[in-house]
Design a protein around this ligand. Structure first.
Ligand code: SF4
Length: 360
């Protein structure tokens, strides 16, 4: 599949900055498999078995816009976020921060990069040190990165808590993590990210561990920070409905590949790929009477050690054709802004010819 790019905006207010805050092309991450699981499986160029976690993914994140990456467990969306945070070194790909080419390695040089690109983790309970107060957790990045002098520290701490709507700040500064709710902890974790004045926030399922009643508050906070502080935000989620609510653009990932991309409204309201249609049909809908109609022929997500040939979704796709099991579909424009990788969008006369005996 050719690389997918999100370069279009929906009806939301968007940045006119011609340069993406963060851009990556051709990101590929193949993890080596050790032990018995790796025998007789797909192998990398050195003949070693690998997990195809992310394959040829390209993405652009813009200041003042939220881009959502949506997919089920194992689709590669969290691995993508960690590659963009330079927490893991991918097998291949290229990266630009504010238009400047940047190494992708997780090693030396990554610390200065992470000042600009901060990762918000899924679990706020484990992302903060349980034995230190909020004051300590927020002071540390301010001091280490010399963001303020000691005489300005108290004002900076109060300002951070006000930016994440924990007010009055004096009520929270000396609390320990166990004295805060999950939503308050996630706000402190976001404040800690803001301490180093980042350009990009990578939010890896930031509300999935929180009570339903407080999720909306965190999503609204991310949207407000994105617009008010001109941050580029990546929102990783398995929930298309929340992506529609929060994001300007959406990428849908399946088995390590991008299968659809475009403005959030278009992808959610008129999905072009059968997998996106499956995600939508499986989403909770209070207005639907009776059980959800799953647009799938059944089956489970494929093995990423030995992914299916052709379209990786073909074993589960109700529209699968013989060509789907043989050739990977190209990413195609299905509307001016929306793209999908599916043979259904290729004129039958233009599809590769398949021999009579081939089956879907
Ligand atoms: Fe289904 Fe074929 Fe489209 Fe894949 S390419 S989503 S198998 S119709």
């Amino acid at each position: 599949m050719s690389a997918a790019e999100v370069t279009v905006a929906s009806g939301r207010e968007v940045s006119t900055d011609p340069t993406p805050a963060l851009e990556a092309t051709g990101l590929t991450q193949h993890f080596r498999v050790r032990g018995r699981a790796g025998r007789a499986r797909s192998r990398n160029r050195r003949g070693r078995p690998v997990v195809h976690a992310v394959d040829d993914v390209s993405i652009k994140l813009w200041a003042g816009r939220v881009t959502a990456v949506v997919g089920e467990s194992g689709s590669g969306k969290s691995t993508l976020a960690r590659i963009l945070a330079r927490m893991i070194t991918p097998s291949s790909g290229r990266l630009w921060l504010d238009g400047r080419a940047t190494p992708l390695s997780a090693g030396r040089g990554a610390r200065a990069y992470r000042n600009k690109v901060q990762l918000i983790l899924q679990d706020p309970f484990s992302s903060l040190n349980p034995i230190h107060s909020v004051r300590y957790q927020l002071s540390r990045p301010l001091r280490i990165h010399k963001m303020v002098g000691s005489e300005e520290l108290d004002d900076a701490l109060e300002s951070l808590l006000e930016r994440v709507k924990l007010t009055p700040p004096s009520q929270y500064l000396d609390k320990l993590p166990h004295e805060l709710s999950g939503g308050q902890l996630q706000r402190v974790a976001i404040a800690r990210c803001l301490a180093v004045e980042p350009r990009v926030l990578l939010a890896d399922e930031p509300v999935s561990m929180l009570d339903v009643s407080i999720r909306l508050g965190i999503l609204n906070l991310l949207e407000e920070l994105c617009h008010a502080e001109s941050l580029a935000v990546l929102y990783v989620t398995h929930d298309l409905a929340s992506a529609r609510y929060l994001a300007t653009d959406v990428l849908v990932m399946y088995a390590g590949q991008v299968v659809e991309s475009g403005p959030a409204a278009a992808v959610v309201d008129t999905p072009a790929h059968p997998y996106t249609q499956l995600l939508l049909s499986a989403a909770a809908d209070p207005e639907r009477e009776g059980p959800a109609e799953l647009t799938t022929s059944g089956g489970a997500p494929p093995s990423l050690i030995d992914p299916p040939a052709g379209c990786r979704f073909h074993p589960r796709c109700p529209h699968a054709m013989p060509i789907c099991a043989i050739a990977n579909p190209p990413m195609l424009d299905v509307s001016p802004d929306q793209r999908a990788a599916c043979w259904l969008h290729v004129d039958p006369a233009d599809r590769p010819k398949v021999s009579e005996g081939a089956k879907a």
